[in-house]
Each structure stands twice: as structure tokens, then as C-alpha cells.
Design a protein around this ligand. Structure first.
Ligand code: ATP
Length: 366
């Protein structure tokens, strides 16, 4: 509280009204909010549900554990919904207790299972989900998933007033309102571990490797893992002429390099790793080129420490958000602080990554 009121205000400077009034008003508002939440909360929320949806990502389990244990700490009943929105429609609900999430913080995937549900895209499917939520007496839902999951929650809100709070569980890091999504840090570490191994063989044979990584619409996995593995080129969907730029650069830099790594996001407009191989081979027939598509290993594995901490913070904050009456917001972490972003803003597509990063890739790949 000292930091909110301000040390200098208390002791060092004579207070000016313009300084004091907003601070006092903020303080009084915060006391009233806490009081009202404490007194009235048990009368309006007793049971919540939690689900994981869309593509699985490492750290979902850590988030789930935080949601379940925080809810129990707050005296709530918690149901885990299996198989994402499919389970919501089919009533696949499990009563959770503190022990049901024991020994999962270090495990990849999701113990609740996940799904991509076609039926939930229909009004009939969402009506079915609403009926199941009412049948189980659910008064709030924590949805752990990506942009599609939050779009689904928005669509459901047209016919159902039960509040949803989202935790960004996706390896793509493509949501607005958080610096990192749950799964991204582990995925990029998985990629660089694989690329380090590929580089050993590339170096031994003087080869150029084209490595395809996940990212249908967003190139952040490619960008960060490319920088982290010292790639010579990084091709991402957000930039439109990166193949031409890369071919020009390879021509300029035909020198004594023993290994070359090019990272391609699967959704790059050049058409994926094999299309890039064809283009490079046509221009430089003398290059010894190999392609490696990393695929689903990028989704699996034990979450990194950063992932587990972020996921735990987000799960903890999600229950608090439901209890304080928030609805249809995504929990994020921006500049190390918890931030709430409305679903409709969180799912907007990110713009082109910082051009300075792309410039840096070029400079560092010499
Ligand atoms: P990832 O980023 O890992 O792909 P995601 O949450 O974006 O995760 P999606 O498969 O896109 O994964 O979305 C999860 C589910 O949300 C879909 O299978 C679908 O059931 C539901 N969903 C997505 N978009 C909508 C929408 N516009 N209306 C209703 N439901 C939707």
C-alpha cells in the first residue's frame, strides 16, 4: 500500500491536491471493491469449470493445477471438462480435488485432453453446451486455449451469460495482451535443441539445412528459435518477400561457411520447407541441401521453468478474475504484471514482428 500512496507524498513533499485526490480515490475504491467482493462473493459463485481446448501446449497442466487448487482454496467446487468444447457439449465433466492435479506440473500435454470441435461451431452445438453448463450448476468457466478457443467463448456468450475467463494456452504466441503464451517458451526451446543437433551434421558435411517449424499464421516460433539457433535466414508468414531477400543474401555470401540453417514457418507464403529447397536448389545447384520438418515434437515435452511459473500465475489470476466479476477476458502477463484483455481484442492478429529483429538476423548471420 505504501507504494500506491507514495513514500514521497507521506514524508518528503508538501502534498498538492492534484497529487492526493486521485490517490485517495483509488485507495478508497480498492477498499470498497475488496469489501464488496469478500462479503457478496459466496452468494453468487460456488461452482466453476475448467477446460483445455484447441492444440495442446506444454504448461497447460501447470495452469490447470493452479486453477483447481486456487478454486479449492477459495471454497469453490471445480469440474474439469474433458476434451475441450466437445466435452462441454457431451457433459464430460469430472469433479476435481487438490489431489486430482498432483504430480502434473512438469508434464506436457493436458490431463484433461483436448479437441478441435466442429460441432461447437454450430448454434446447435453451443446450445447443447449451454444446457450442460446449467445442468452441472456451473457459474464460471476458465478456458485454457488459443484464439479459436476464445472465439468459441465469444460465440457462446451470444446465448449464454455464464462468464468465461481465458488463459492463453498455445505454442504460437499469437495473442494480443500477453508477452508469452503458455507453451511458447518450451516450444522454442525444443526447436533450438533440435536445430543444435542438426547443425552438428550440417557442419560435418558442409550442408545447408532447411528446417520447417510450426506456425500456420504466426511466425514467432520461427523468429525466436531462428535467432536463438543462429539461423542464416528466417521465413515467416508476416513478411511477404523474405524468400527473395534470402536468395539474394545467399548469393552475396557464398563464402567459407561450413553450415547454414534456414528456419521456415509452415505457413510462410513461399510454401514450406520443400518449396524453399526447390527455389534454393534452382539458384544454387552446387549447394548440398537437406530438409527437416520438426512437426509435433514442438508441442510435447516437459514445460520449462518459465512456462510453469507463467502458467501458474495465469491460472491463479483466472480464478481471482472470475471471483471479482470479470468476464470474457484473457489473462496475460505484460512486463511481468498480470493484465486482462477482452477476448475480442486478444484474438486480433498480431502485426508484423519488430522489423529491427529481422534486420538483426541479417547482421548476425554474417
Ligand atoms: P491453437 O492456437 O493451439 O490452434 P486454438 O484454441 O486456437 O488453439 P482452435 O482449434 O482454433 O484452437 O479452436 C478451438 C475450438 O474452438 C475449435 O475446435 C472450435 O470448436 C472452437 N471455435 C473456434 N472458432 C470458433 C468460432 N468462431 N465459433 C465457435 N467456436 C469456435
Amino acid at each position: 500500500m505504501t507504494s500506491e500512496i507514495g513514500f514521497d507524498f507521506l514524508f518528503l513533499r508538501p502534498p498538492s491536491p492534484s497529487h492526493i485526490y486521485p490517490t485517495i480515490r483509488k485507495f478508497v475504491q480498492s477498499v470498497i471493491t475488496r469489501f464488496v467482493t469478500f462479503v457478496f462473493r459466496p452468494t453468487f459463485m460456488k461452482t466453476i469449470a475448467v477446460l483445455t481446448s484447441g492444440g495442446d501446449s506444454p504448461g497447460m497442466n501447470a495452469c490447470l493445477r493452479a486453477v483447481v487448487r486456487t478454486a479449492i482454496h477459495e471454497g469453490l467446487n471445480v469440474y474439469g471438462v474433458r476434451y475441450g468444447y466437445d466435452g462441454l457439449m457431451n457433459g464430460d465433466f469430472l469433479k476435481m480435488d487438490a489431489r486430482s492435479v498432483a504430480n502434473i506440473i512438469h508434464r506436457g500435454g493436458t490431463i484433461l485432453k483436448t479437441a478441435r470441435s466442429k460441432k461447437f461451431l454450430t448454434l446447435e452445438g453451443r446450445q447443447q453446451a449451454k444446457e450442460q453448463l446449467e445442468k452441472f450448476g456451473i457459474e464460471g468457466v476458465v478456458a485454457i486455449g488459443g484464439d479459436g478457443t476464445f472465439r468459441g467463448a465469444v460465440a457462446l456468450s451470444e446465448i449464454c451469460t455464464i462468464p468465461f475467463v481465458g488463459c492463453p494456452g498455445t505454442i504460437d504466441n499469437d495473442l494480443v495482451g500477453t508477452d508469452f503464451t503458455i507453451g511458447y517458451d518450451t516450444a522454442i526451446n525444443t526447436v533450438i535443441e533440435a536445430v543444435d543437433k542438426i547443425r552438428d551434421t550440417a557442419e560435418s558435411h558442409n550442408r545447408l539445412f532447411i528446417v520447417e517449424v510450426m506456425g500456420r499464421d504466426a511466425g514467432l516460433i520461427a523468429l525466436y528459435s531462428g535467432i536463438g539457433s543462429g539461423a542464416e535466414g528466417i521465413l515467416i508468414p508476416e513478411t511477404k518477400n523474405d524468400l527473395e531477400v534470402l536468395l539474394a543474401r545467399l548469393g552475396e555470401r557464398q563464402r567459407e561457411k561450413h553450415s547454414r540453417i534456414i528456419i521456415v514457418a509452415e505457413g510462410d507464403e513461399a510454401g514450406g520447407a520443400f518449396a524453399v529447397e526447390k527455389a534454393v536448389k534452382e539458384k544454387f545447384p552446387e549447394f548440398d541441401i537437406r530438409v527437416s520438418i520438426l512437426g509435433h515434437i514442438q508441442r510435447g515435452g516437459s514445460p520449462t521453468c518459465m512456462e510453469r511459473v507463467n502458467a501458474s500465475r495465469m491460472g491463479y489470476a483466472a480464478v481471482g478474475a472470475l471471483l471479482s466479476g470479470k468476464s470474457h477476458v484473457m489473462i496475460g502477463i505484460v512486463d511481468r504484471k498480470i493484465k486482462f484483455t477482452p477476448f475480442k481484442d486478444a484474438i486480433k492478429h498480431l502485426e508484423e514482428p519488430d522489423p529491427l529483429l529481422m534486420k538483426m538476423v541479417d547482421i548476425l548471420a554474417r
